[in-house]
Ligand binder design. Structure first.
Ligand code: GLN
Length: 339
């Protein structure tokens, strides 16, 4: 290749990348506008109710509503109550799963917790009886087994979980003490699950302590904006878009995305994969984070839940977004990940 041709090629590539940057910027701004529109459209939707089985959760203002999006370069589009802090609840399951995979490796984790969607409620008292393991890490049985794998004393375990959250949030995580206490006081259903796990030798004989750590991880306070940043980190193969820190390896991020896609929305996971088609995780605090691998993440917060424990407005927002932006993983033309 002559040097003139090489120079010409180089110039073409630069022009192409400027055009791509422009295109990406335009799409992100468009996403922001659509999020504003969806916020307005779904604000009047008052179907469902905040979780009440954890008494403290029912004290929330049910009208709160936020949509936040974060791209891989850290750019944000924020709508509504995006900085309001609520408890992360089950979305913590995804992050502690990442911590367990990173610490113990896949095989050790798979020995105790499988990857099969259950089609049952998130707090079903059930195990994979044949393999003596919990069905998957996104339902309570699996999550409690995963939390048990975080080693050390009660304080060391809480510290390990807090340090992991700190990496994602970029600050020391704050725990909602009232929710933590409320879960401890009323969590007998989770106690039943934990004792079933213990009877199968899946967790160690320190049930109260493990549940205490589990309730603590569920009571970590996050905003919709935080959740979108968490999702964007996973979408970015484990690298935090702002700090640049590699929080989990690309392989662990891949495993997290896989279980989020197949099991993240509990017994709604099949419908979610069909209609929205991106890895996601929801929590009974009202948060849902949807992850678009290679592009970024969107988080919605709205405390009214449906019968599966998923935010009603959250589901509507994601359905509309997926349709509008061809976000479904099996859309043949996905502009989001082209650039
Ligand atoms: N802390 C809640 C529980 O264990 C989490 C459930 C959820 O968000 N689905 O019941």
């Amino acid at each position: 290749m002559s040097s003139a041709t090489r120079r010409l090629l180089h110039a073409c590539r630069r022009v192409a990348s400027v055009v791509e940057d422009d295109e990406r910027q335009r799409r992100i701004e468009w996403l922001g506008q659509v999020c504003n529109g969806l916020h307005e459209q779904f604000s009047p939707l008052t179907e469902g109710a905040p979780a009440a089985y954890i008494p403290e959760l029912s004290n929330v203002d049910p009208d709160l509503f936020a949509i936040a999006a974060v791209a891989l370069d850290g750019q944000e589009q924020l709508t509504g109550d995006h900085d309001y802090l609520f408890t992360i609840q089950s979305i913590s399951k995804l992050l502690v799963y990442g911590l367990a995979l990173e610490t113990h490796g896949r095989e050790a984790v798979l020995e105790r917790v499988g990857v099969a969607p259950t089609g049952d409620l998130f707090n079903a008292i059930e195990l994979d009886e044949e393999r003596h393991r919990a069905p998957n890490p996104m339902v309570n049985a699996g999550a409690i087994a995963i939390t048990d794998m975080v080693g050390g004393s009660r304080e060391e375990r809480i510290e390990a979980v807090a340090a992991m959250f700190g990496q994602y949030l970029g600050r020391r995580p704050e725990i909602d003490e009232a929710v933590w206490k409320s879960e401890r006081a009323t969590g007998n259903h989770n106690r039943a699950i934990a004792y079933l796990l213990l009877s199968h030798g899946i967790i160690e004989d320190r049930v109260e302590e493990t549940l205490d750590v589990y309730f603590a991880q569920c009571s970590v306070l996050v905003s919709a904006r935080d959740l979108a940043m968490v999702g964007a980190t996973i979408a970015n193969s484990g690298v935090h878009p702002v700090t640049g820190e590699q929080i989990v390896s690309p392989r662990v991020a891949r495993d997290m995305l896989t279980v989020a896609l197949t099991c993240g929305m509990y017994d709604y996971a099949g419908e979610w994969a069909y209609t929205v088609g991106i890895p996601a995780k929801s929590g009974v605090g009202g948060g849902i984070v949807g992850i678009i691998p290679g592009a970024g993440a969107v988080a919605v917060f709205s405390p009214r839940l449906d019968e599966h424990g998923n935010s009603v407005r959250g589901l509507r927002v994601f359905e509309a977004l997926s349709e509008e932006f061809d976000m479904h993983l099996f859309d043949f033309d996905r502009p989001w990940t082209r650039a």
